[in-house]
Design a binder for this molecule. Structure first.
Ligand SMILES: C[S@@+](CC[C@H](N)C(=O)[O-])C[C@H]1O[C@@H](n2cnc3c(N)ncnc32)[C@H](O)[C@@H]1O
Length: 206
């Protein structure tokens, strides 16, 4: 495991996580491609199936360098808003010229109005050391009723427990319904062969 990948999973505070990603940004995509990363492509494929209209307003939560946004933009989505904790990651995303706007904010407390977006995609951020599970509620708040949220959760070694529990609460409260979930799969098979994720698509009910 690369030093920085190891650091971000063990980040003890939001400030530490931001600083790790700031220093990782320039090497991030190279390391991800070396890892055989497949998450953004699987998430984009699922997203385009559950939210096929390319004109919808999409929030790319924890957009990083824009790998996920790039896949969506190539598939025709043109109304993308990106948010992320790391300025250096956002600067790389900005250089791709695919986002209408980019915001330096944490996804657990955003300053968008309720129901500002038709859909949300959140890839690679529901994982240890990253956004708290409560951010699932914040993503739900900013998406309109009947809108969709597509997200990944790291699931190997029971590491996704807090996110899966929050999901269960949102389902039990009648706020979400699951549209589709992948089986767990090896997400970075070349350099992190133990790591597994699942990708979910849910619809906001209320
Ligand atoms: C593994 S990267 C994934 C980036 C992008 N979604 C992708 O698929 O390439 C995780 C990203 O989440 C961001 N992040 C972590 N915690 C966050 C939080 N609480 N709010 C906003 N962004 C966060 C990091 O800065 C980093 O850019």
């Amino acid at each position: 495991m690369s030093r920085l990948l190891n650091s971000v999973y063990k980040a003890a505070s939001v400030e530490a996580l931001e600083s790790y990603y700031d220093s990782w940004a320039s090497d991030y995509e190279r390391e991800m491609f070396d890892s055989g990363l497949r998450l953004p492509w699987i998430s984009a494929a699922l997203f385009s199936r559950v939210a096929p209209d390319p004109n919808i307003a999409v929030i790319d939560a924890a957009c990083g360098t824009g790998l996920q946004g790039e896949a969506l933009a190539l598939a025709g989505y043109r109304n993308l808003t990106g948010v992320d904790l790391s300025t250096s990651m956002l600067n790389i995303a900005a250089g791709k010229d695919i986002y209408r706007s980019l915001h330096h904010i944490a996804i657990e407390r955003m300053d968008f109005d309720d129901q500002s977006f038709d859909a949300c995609i959140c890839n690679g951020c529901f994982t240890p050391g990253h956004a708290p599970s409560s951010s699932m509620r914040e993503l739900t708040r900013v998406v309109r009723v009947d809108g969709v949220i597509v997200f990944s959760i790291r699931v190997d070694g029971n590491l996704g427990r807090s996110y899966l529990e929050e999901m269960e609460s949102l389902l039990n409260e009648g706020r979400w319904m699951i549209i589709f979930q992948t089986r767990s799969f090896f997400s970075m098979p070349l350099t992190e062969p133990y790591m597994q994720h699942q990708v979910f698509a849910v619809k906001k009910i209320k």
